[in-house]
Ligand binder design. Structure first.
Ligand SMILES: C[S@@+](CC[C@H](N)C(=O)[O-])C[C@H]1O[C@@H](n2cnc3c(N)ncnc32)[C@H](O)[C@@H]1O
Length: 237
């Protein structure tokens, strides 16, 4: 990572509540129905300051591990877990989206007692606006896929490169994304890339098994500078 300080400042500063009647953002509307499909042992990748906590309270979730490598966000993340009465179920891992780091933290905390290559650990893996910030997204996605149990789900809500070659895409929005990137978007917004083809990365991650058993990914706001890839991927049993 380069410099997350600006992003951390935004996400740890208390802001005034939005006035009643303010419409929810696009992603705020997309995320809860997707996260309602989380169950069992869950890994939340890059939870940041815990903005998805309210969607993780369902009784079908037994444990949630939040793999957040940025230690400066842990205090806010923990307080969000406490505020949502999830302190017994939400466990912060000081880890990035890599098998080595996740397993090391799980062993250190006594959450698992052993691990051998090929072991699967999670029923659900959540990636909400996380793969855009991970420096080696293909490696991370492939490792996350391998950690997912057979029949497990990957829940996705990620902003991605504008699909400008598709009928609903926009070349103007794609150019604007490039301009933002040239002007330092990634530097100011915690390494975030606006121009990533995350669908391709996720599909490639499952190629070793012949692909995902189910792929319900869709695009929202395909015409915009912030189109969202969202939906559920299910690993074969
Ligand atoms: C744009 S923020 C999104 C936070 C949260 N998911 C949300 O939607 O509000 C990206 C998050 O990914 C985290 N991150 C960066 N590199 C990561 C990595 N290699 N593995 C896991 N998380 C990472 C950042 O620390 C940050 O918390």
């Amino acid at each position: 990572m380069t410099d997350l300080s600006f992003w951390i400042l935004i996400h740890t500063t208390r802001t005034a509540p939005k006035p009643p009647g303010t419409p929810p953002s696009l992603s705020a509307g997309l995320i809860p129905p997707i996260l309602s499909q989380a169950r069992g042992v869950v890994l939340e990748v890059g939870p940041g300051s815990g903005s998805q906590m309210s969607s993780l309270k369902g009784p079908q979730i037994t444990k949630i591990y939040g793999a957040e490598p940025c230690a400066d966000l842990h205090e806010k993340l923990q307080s969000q877990a406490n505020d949502h009465n999830l302190q017994d179920r939400y466990q912060i891992l000081a880890a990035g989206a890599s098998t080595d780091q996740i397993v090391k933290e799980l062993l250190r905390g006594g959450f698992i007692t052993s691990y051998k290559e090929g072991d699967t650990l999670f029923d659900t893996i959540i990636c909400v606006r996380a793969l855009c910030s991970i420096s080696n997204p293909q490696t991370a996605a492939s490792e996350l896929y391998r950690l997912l149990r057979p029949g497990g789900r990957m829940l996705i809500c990620e902003h991605v490169a504008n699909p400008w070659t598709k009928p609903k895409g926009s070349i103007v929005a794609r150019i604007v994304q490039q301009v933002y990137m040239i002007c330092g978007w990634a530097f100011f917004i915690g390494d975030c890339r606006l121009n990533q083809d995350t669908a391709r990365i996720l599909l490639k991650a499952a190629e070793e098994d012949g692909g995902w058993a189910e792929n319900n990914l869709e695009m929202a706001a395909s015409f915009s500078t912030f189109p969202y890839l969202h939906g559920v991927l299910v690993k074969g049993s």
